[in-house]
Every structure is written in C-alpha cells, then in structure tokens.
Design a binder for this molecule. Structure first.
Ligand code: DC
Length: 245
C-alpha cells in the first residue's frame, strides 16, 4: 500500500533529477520545534511522503492507557505490543493513524497521550518494534520522516538530516499560541510540560533525542516560520544537489 503510494508519487510528481532518487529526509528535534509543519512543507515542496513517527508512539500509548497497562512496565507493554497493529498513512492534511484498523487520528493530541507517548518510548523493546516498522515504511525512500531518532537510529544513512531546535520558552509560547482561546492552561505550564518531556526524551538510555553528528542544526529561536521554511528548503536542495554530481 505504502509502496504503491510511493511509486505513484515517484512517477507522477517528481520531476527533478534529485527527487527521482527517492531520498530519505530525516527531521529530528525536541517537542514543539515545528517539526511537523516543516516536514509537511518539505514533503509537499519536494513531492515526497511525510511520515510522523511520534504519532505511532502516541497510538500505542492510547492503547496502553485504554487497556490499563502500566506505562512503566516494559514486560506488560511488550506483551501488549504483540497484540497491536499501528499503521500510518500519509496524506495532504497530515498523517492518518490506525490502531488495530481503527482511525484514531483525532484522539492523539490529549495531554495524557502526549505524556504517555514519551513514557512508552523509553522502553528499548518498544522502540525496537517501532523502529522496525518505521524502517519498513521508509525503505523505498521518497519520504520526509520526522521524530527524535530518525537520523541517529532509524535511518542513519538518510540523504538529508535536519535537527530542528529552539529555546524551550519559545517552543512553549508557540504551542500556547496554537491552543487558541480560551486556553485552559497558563503559558508557564506549557513551557514546564515541554521541559519535562525534553528531559525524558533527551535522557533516556536507549536512543535519546540528540542531533546526529552529520545533521544540520536549524535553530528557529530567532526566526519566523517563513525563514525556517526557506532555510530548510535550501538545506535539502543543497544536500540533494551534492549527491547527484
Ligand atoms: O513528535 P511527538 O510529540 O508526536 O512524539 C511523542 C513522543 O514520542 C515523544 O515525546 C517521544 C516519542 N518519540 C520517540 O521517542 N521517537 C520518535 N522517533 C518519535 C517520537
């Protein structure tokens, strides 16, 4: 199914020499750095598929919470994973996520799921399961894959690696602004939640969030969205051009 979609994209939309190589573009970075917006933009701009790996951890957290399985019990989580199917389908409006064939896309943004995804993702055997699924999804290339460990673990040979970053206060305030009115939380709480998630994602023993050695760091603390998009496009163009000569 995904392979069919990729063939379609490759044959219909990709016109440049570089894009015909069906590259893998890895976008990593902390929560709230704008990865989804930038990955979606790059996918559209270069005619590639966008895959959000965080949504897969979120879907599994949803299942664990619904099944009353402790998020801190790796054996119970592993047993649950054996009975779980997680699937993502890229689309124009972002990914649709299926948990055991049910479309759960609209249920994945709750605070409990956000926290839960970060907690289930510390367990190495859960990560190994997810990484294998992600490698299968991206194997044919032609993808912009976003997450925390794409450039370091999932696709260490990705053609382009961008590590998106921004100061926690800036990421927190951007998240707060996206919440609309009336926000039920204070900006300080959003920043605090981001810091807690950052700490867990960066300090876990297995594949912690960090920039790959060959990643290009794009820090958006002092940039507008427009500026970040332009710089990201330029990075991808330069990297892919270098690979074709
Ligand atoms: O990108 P996101 O906010 O939807 O990710 C939710 C959580 O999933 C995040 O806190 C850490 C985890 N995650 C991960 O460990 N590895 C990934 N490749 C993607 C997400």
């Amino acid at each position: 199914m995904i392979a069919d979609l990729m063939n379609l994209v490759a044959s219909d939309n990709l016109t440049t020499t570089t894009a015909r190589l069906r590259p893998i573009i890895a976008i990593d970075g902390p929560a709230g750095a704008g990865k989804s917006t930038i990955a979606r933009h790059l996918a559209r701009y270069f005619g590639l598929l966008n895959l959000e790996t965080g949504a897969m951890y979120r879907a599994f957290a949803l299942k664990a919470l619904a099944a009353n399985v402790s998020l801190d019990d790796p054996a119970a989580l592993l047993a649950l994973s054996a009975k779980t199917r997680v699937r993502v389908e890229p689309g124009e409006e972002g990914n649709r996520v299926f948990l055991d064939d049910e479309d759960v896309t609209s249920q994945l943004r709750d605070a409990a799921i956000t926290d839960g995804a970060s907690r289930v993702s510390v367990h190495p055997r859960i990560r190994a399961w997810m990484v294998a699924l992600q490698q299968e999804l991206g194997a044919a290339g032609g993808v912009v894959m976003e997450g925390r460990d794409i450039g370091t673990v999932v696709f260490p040979n990705a053609d382009v690696k961008i590590f998106l970053d921004a100061a926690p206060e800036v990421r927190g305030l951007r998240r707060y602004d996206q919440m609309g009115e009336p926000a039920e939380v204070q900006p300080e709480e959003v920043i605090q939640e981001l810091r807690a998630r950052d700490a867990r994602d960066r300090n876990r023993a297995d594949s912690p969030l960090k920039a790959a050695e060959d990643a290009i760091i794009l820090d958006s603390t002092h940039l507008t969205l427009e500026e970040v998009l332009t710089q990201a496009e330029a990075i991808v163009e330069a990297k892919l051009a270098r690979k074709t000569v």
